[in-house]
Design a protein around this ligand. Structure first.
Ligand code: MOS
Length: 764
């Protein structure tokens, strides 16, 4: 049970950081390797919170209703770039039912994004926060917004990253429009020499659009003060992250802030850190001494709560006739919006294939639009679109099967660090995925099928992190009725965290799942776990839960030894009963152990162990798409997607399928229809709603086949799980783009692949 503190790299709030973590000194139990015989793990398990969800019992943030609660609304900038010259709230305040209005004039300067304030009179995008109102009802708050009189000085704006990089472009920030003043670059080997060694070289510029997260559930908070203690119900991917963010913003101790997130309708990265709306709800609640609910509406979600940055990527690839890649370069830029956010897209090119000579150069560009945020595999769908399209191009240039080119450049060593992967079953994913889609059926040559509706098949790859890691803890309480409660400071975004925690506890203690209760998403009661991002939740939390349960089992064995008066190594644990192997009538149930110990409840706290030294941990996968392209309308229809991935151990096949389906569906939206459209003349978003912003619906669903080629990876952790939240999103759009090429023989280099672009490419 001893613990030690180690240096560790872990997912924190929005990305990976170096830090310290407490881990078990050693595990006294076997890791679950590929051969582990498990009853509840890896099979279809219905969600334990399913009833609450379908019955409407589950409380989402918006469902929270407190006595005397008031409602908040935010007034947002109508302009992409402006300065507030005057603001008059007196008329709004006179409206019956208006309780408070906050603006930059009556709120102290609270630093935000490191380069602005909670309320900043300098407005840098349409949707930037101008004022917040608290009122008796949502409708009154809404009406009050219209009565706030603001005079704006409109400023020149720039809403396109390419234009923003020009020297005479309007400045979003005084420091200039390129984050850090210049590009991020990466060099491996000798790029010129690599291209000189190539038998063929292909070059292309690929562009991708801004995509909006659009989780089903709004962003929002309910803030409630009791004396100097603040409780917040928040729709967040990181309860501890929000606790720290709010405490920092309001200059109060972390311990005075409690953040609760019971149920959630998705985040996709847009809910990883503290929202302005959360701090505004807390400020309003404090001013009026009443709880305040502040929900961000769908329009504001399109404008202000994050997006996937766009990308312009010039990719050049050289290969020998046998398919060996000799050099690859990626020069790109992307619009991160008005505030700092990663827009890089070159990681796939640096890491997916073995290639000795690589050069990348990337610019993160400020524009007058809402801030980009991490979005389901940040940078990767963009990067794999340009990379996997280019791999297909080079394959055609050397007359080789594109799948064979990918196989040829497989690597079992991380090309950036030189470290071996803990596991990499990508070759199995290629093999099984190709078989499932019927790879031999693709058009040869491309575009040679019969019209007017042509079919094509394409593929693409993915590499993602998602190994998770410490620090992450879980507490287990075992009651004398034999039921257990597992408590962890993680959160369930809708992905199935509740269920896998119960599965693991039940698996280890060999008790029915119905006897396990899970508590999560509450900083007031749960030990620390990181934010749910980077596909790290299951890889980080599952080993901590297993550790807590194994410690409980060890404690029970020790208790049984004392009760039965035999040494521990003579005891056998089975189905919640501990038996003397020398005398099978000498036995005691776990209930009776707790009873006889007179504690009524036994407690253990487990920890996620350290990741192994000297290894890289990644998930890998390949996806295959079959499409139809209507040569008359330009409409692309996805017929089938096969997703074949190495994601370590499957905890719950049902929730895994949900994640894979969601990733593919979001990928279809990205490939074919989703796009933030800003008006060039006004700088305003013209499709900030779910009618004009096209999301895929049930009518767009293809057949989806999921193949998991991996099992438990014992090097990673005691459960051998890699993350599954992001992988399926990544290769979907590039596989569709390659399939479209295979169907029509014309390469689409711009996402989304809309009918107008297809017609233009065919006949334009
Ligand atoms: Mo994810 S973009 O880390 O929620």
């Amino acid at each position: 049970m001893a613990r030690k503190i180690i240096k560790s790299r872990f997912f924190f709030e929005e990305g990976y950081v170096e830090g310290m973590a407490e881990v078990p000194e050693k595990e006294e139990y076997e890791r679950w390797g590929p051969d582990a015989e498990l009853k509840l793990i890896g099979v279809d398990v219905p969600r334990i919170d399913g009833y609450e969800k379908v019955s409407g019992d589950a409380q989402y943030t918006y469902d929270k209703i407190l006595p005397h609660m008031a409602y908040g609304k935010i007034l947002r900038s109508p302009y992409p770039h402006a300065r507030i010259t005057s603001i008059d709230v007196s008329k709004a305040k006179q409206l019956d039912g208006v309780l408070d209005i906050i603006t930059y004039q009556n709120v102290p300067k609270i630093e935000w994004f490191g380069m602005s304030y909670l309320f900043d009179p300098h407005l840098r995008y349409e949707g930037d926060e101008v004022a917040a109102v608290a009122a008796e009802t949502e409708q009154i708050a809404e009406d009050a917004l219209e009565l706030i009189e603001v005079e704006y000085e409109e400023l020149p704006f720039v809403i396109d990253a390419t234009l923003a990089m020009e020297t005479d472009a309007p400045k979003v920030h005084e420091s200039g429009n390129i984050q850090g003043g210049g590009p991020d670059t990466y060099t491996r080997g000798d790029i010129e020499k690599g291209f000189a060694e190539a038998d063929a070289i292909v070059e292309g510029t690929y562009t991708t659009q801004v995509e909006i997260h659009n989780p089903t559930e709004f962003h929002g908070s309910v803030a409630h003060w009791e004396g100097d203690k603040l409780t917040i119900w928040d729709s967040t991917q990181g309860v501890y992250s929000v606790r720290g963010g709010v405490a920092g913003a309001l200059n109060m101790p972390d311990s005075k802030v409690r953040v609760i997130k019971e149920y959630m309708g998705g985040g996709f990265g847009s809910k990883l850190t503290t929202g302005k709306y959360t701090v505004m709800a807390a400020l309003l609640a404090k001013n009026i001494s009443r709880p305040v609910k502040l929900a961000v509406d769908r329009r504001a979600m399109h404008l202000a709560t994050g997006n996937r940055p766009d990308a312009v990527m010039a990719v050049k690839i050289g290969a020998r006739k046998d398919g060996t890649l000799t050099a690859m370069s990626h020069i790109g830029h992307g619009a991160m919006g008005a505030f700092r956010s990663g827009a890089g897209s070159s990681t796939p090119l640096r890491t997916m294939f073995k290639c000795p000579n690589v050069y990348t150069e990337e610019y993160d560009v400020y524009i007058n639009a809402g801030q980009g945020r991490p979005f389901r595999a940040p940078g990767r769908p963009q990067g794999h679109f340009s990379l996997d399209s280019s791999i297909d191009e080079i394959a055609e240039a050397i007359g080789m099967d594109p799948l064979e080119v990918r196989k040829k450049n497989f690597t079992d060593v991380d090309p950036m660090s030189g470290r071996p992967y803990t596991s990499n079953k990508l070759l199995d994913a290629y093999e099984q995925g190709a078989k499932a889609i019927g790879w031999h059926r693709r058009q040869q040559p491309a575009g040679s099928g019969e019209g007017p509706v042509k079919r094509g098949i394409g593929m693409a790859t993915q590499i993602w992190g998602g190994g998770g890691g410490p620090p992450c803890y879980a507490t287990m309480k075992l009651n004398r009725d034999g039921s257990a409660r597992v408590i962890a400071g993680t959160q369930d975004l809708g992905t199935g965290t509740y269920t896998f925690m119960a599965q693991i506890a039940a698996e280890v203690l060999e008790i029915p799942m119905e006897k396990v209760e899970v508590v999560l998403g509450d900083t007031g009661v749960a030990p620390y776990c990181g934010s749910s991002g980077g596909s790290t939740t299951a890889p980080s939390v599952s080993p901590a839960v297993r550790d807590a349960a194994e410690l409980m089992k060890a404690k029970l064995m020790s208790g049984a030894a004392a009760i039965l008066e035999v040494p521990v190594d003579q005891l056998v644990y089975s189905g919640g009963v501990i038996t003397d192997s020398q005398n099978s009538s000498n036995q005691v149930s776990i209930q009776n152990i707790v009873r006889q110990m007179r504690e009524r409840v036994l407690v253990t706290t487990g920890a996620r162990g350290a990741n192994p030294d000297g290894y890289a941990i990644n998930s890998f996968g390949a996806q295959f798409a079959e499409v139809e392209v209507d040569m008359r309308t330009g409409q692309v229809t996805v017929v089938k997607i096969v997703a074949a991935h190495d994601i370590g151990r499957v905890l719950n096949r049902k929730t895994l399928d949900n994640q894979m389906h969601g990733g593919m569906i979001q990928g279809i939206g990205y490939a074919l229809m989703e796009e933030r459209i800003l008006d060039r003349n006004t700088g305003k978003m013209v499709n900030a709603n779910l009618e004009d912003y096209k999301l895929p619906t049930i009518m767009d669903m293809p057949e989806m086949e999921i193949i998991i080629v991996s099992d438990g990876d014992p090097l990673i952790s005691n459960t051998g799980v890699k993350g599954v939240g992001e992988p399926a999103t990544i290769p979907t759009a590039p596989a569709i783009a390659n399939a479209v090429y295979n169907a029509i023989g014309v390469r689409m280099k711009s996402l989304p692949i809309t009918p107008d672009k297809v017609l233009n490419a065919l006949y334009g």
